[in-house]
Unconditional design. Structure first.
Length: 247
């Protein structure tokens, strides 16, 4: 193991954004809850069963592309909606419309409250850079660039594969490994030479499916066992724990 807590063969690090680098995972969970609760109340009335920002978020939407998250959660409630179009207005009850409503809520919350990066993550990525390893951000978010810039960490990364890039290249999202594979390819390394850093169960599955050399689960939601079950080689609560060895 290196002093970064990674196997010696690792030449590149592929980091998820929300929940790994920045605290925006809580922003996304709150936006999903606000959007789905409003929809469910309109549909089912005052006795509706609310969206749970912990269990429903972790099981059905965390780490997935926005439209996939809408479909997966609705399917869990036995609800089917028309797909709609990517430019559907936020008030339209389609898969795309609900996704656009959620995105509008995220952007509003970010504008109101700002974005912060986890200090331990910043220290760790800086150490990765100083050690000469390649670095990429891999996120399903279409707002990835804006969040990186708002958090002041955009300059730490050489490659960004986000929701916009995935749509342009028609890359399937997590739990498929395609976005991580694209990042490794752009950095010029084989999957076995890259480490994946994720907090979502879908991200763990993507790391395992892609044959990556090491998969780090970042436990921000008290789900260490689930992260291991879904493919993590090690689990930490903060990336800085990896420095000096895996714990």
């Amino acid at each position: 193991m290196t002093n970064l807590g990674l196997p010696d063969r690792i030449r590149a690090c592929l980091f998820d954004l929300d929940g790994v680098l920045t605290s925006t995972a809580t922003v996304h969970a709150a936006a999903w809850q606000e959007m789905f609760d409003a929809f469910l109340e309109r549909r089912d009335g005052p006795g509706y069963r609310p969206f749970d920002p912990v269990s429903d978020y972790d099981r059905y939407v965390d780490g997935l592309p926005r439209a996939d998250g809408v479909r997966t959660f609705l399917a869990s409630r036995g609800i089917e909606l028309p797909e709609g179009r990517p430019d559907d207005p936020p008030e339209r009850d389609t898969v795309q419309g609900l996704g656009n409503r959620k995105n509008a809520l995220v952007l509003r919350r970010i504008e109101e409250s700002g974005v912060s990066a986890y200090p331990g993550s910043v220290r760790y990525v800086t150490a990765v850079r100083d050690a000469g390893l390649r670095r990429a951000v891999v996120s399903s978010s279409a707002n990835c660039r804006a969040v990186l810039e708002a958090a002041g960490i955009a300059g730490l990364f050489e490659v960004r594969i986000d929701g916009l890039v995935a749509a342009e290249r028609r890359l399937p999202g997590k739990p498929r490994p395609d976005t991580f594979l694209a990042a490794a390819d752009e950095l010029g390394v084989a999957p076995a030479e890259a480490a994946v850093f994720e907090d979502a169960l879908a991200g763990m599955e993507a790391g395992r499916a892609g044959g990556f050399g090491f998969v780090v689960g970042v436990d921000r939601a008290d789900q260490a066992d689930a992260l291991r079950e879904h493919g993590a080689d090690t689990v930490v609560t903060d990336l800085d724990e990896l420095r000096g060895g895996v714990r």
